[in-house]
Design a binder for this molecule. Structure first.
Ligand code: 0O2
Length: 233
């Protein structure tokens, strides 16, 4: 009786350890890949910080207000793989999901967005994979931002590895709008009629905030011209 009990206990412990080993084996390549994406985020983030520093030194202006970065969560990765009907493998992740590493660059003015994007893309270790201009062509929701998928090398101990990073560039106003709209998009159990009404209100807000961006930029340009000419404007 005791022997049987011990045998069962031993077997349970054995399967527990085997299970743990299997999980460890499975998560190692995933964790490794995620750490590569983290390195790629650091590389691109540094590029933007350097550009901001240089603009501050040469032109006495800071085109970048904030830089935010995130690694896509395992949950969101799983959802995306399922949606695309892809296997849960690191190869499938790397080949098909381009926004595992995400960087959001928030600028004060629209022209800074294009300036920063051009400066990044001019660098000889940056390859443009895809560009989506939702500022010139806003989404139906009202969403505006410039999206770039770029590939940058990360330098490991014995290897140089190209990694994809999604860069979203937007103004403060675009960012403010997108975070509010994001709240609505992910709100569960919201009444359909209210959802429709709020979506219409948000499109209206997006148009107004685009107008505001334009007006502020035109004032900024007049101030700059005024600085050079030295008279009133
Ligand atoms: P999260 O939580 O920000 O990561 P994709 O689904 O990425 O393969 P798609 O639809 O062509 O393909 O990508 P898109 O539209 O170029 O960019 C997707 C990302 O842009 C989203 O990521 C959002 O961050 C942002 N985005 C796009 N459209 C909207 C919008 O209407 N409102 C807001 N608030 N953000 C938007 P995720 O993965 O959807 O979400």
């Amino acid at each position: 009786m005791i022997i049987k009990h011990l045998q069962e206990h031993f077997f349970r412990e054995l399967t527990k350890t085997e299970h743990l080993e299997k999980i460890k084996e499975g998560t190692l390549p995933y964790n490794r890949l995620m750490s590569y994406y983290k390195c790629a985020i650091m590389e691109v983030e540094t590029k933007f910080k350097v550009l901001n520093e240089q603009f501050s030194l040469h032109y006495d202006e800071n085109p970048i207000e904030a830089i935010k970065s995130r690694l896509k969560s395992p949950d969101s990765i799983m959802k995306k793989l399922r949606k695309k009907e892809l296997p849960f493998t690191t190869d499938a992740i790397e080949e098909n999901i381009t926004d595992i590493a995400g960087i959001r660059v928030v600028c004060s003015f629209e022209e800074d967005i294009y300036k920063m994007a051009d400066c990044l893309l001019q660098q000889d270790d940056v390859t443009l994979i895809e560009r989506k201009d939702y500022i010139k062509h806003p989404k139906e929701s009202g969403y505006r931002s410039l999206h770039l998928i770029v590939e940058v090398p990360i330098f490991l101990e014995n290897e140089k590895r190209p990694m994809k990073v999604e860069v979203q560039l937007r103004t403060i106003a675009m960012d403010f709008w997108a975070s509010l709209e994001h709240k609505l998009r992910y709100k569960k159990n919201i009444d359909a009629e209210l959802l429709e009404k709020l979506s219409v209100d948000l499109v209206d807000c997006a148009n107004k905030s685009a107008e505001l961006d334009k007006k502020m930029e035109s004032i900024k340009k007049k101030i700059e011209r005024g600085k050079v000419i030295g008279d009133d404007f």
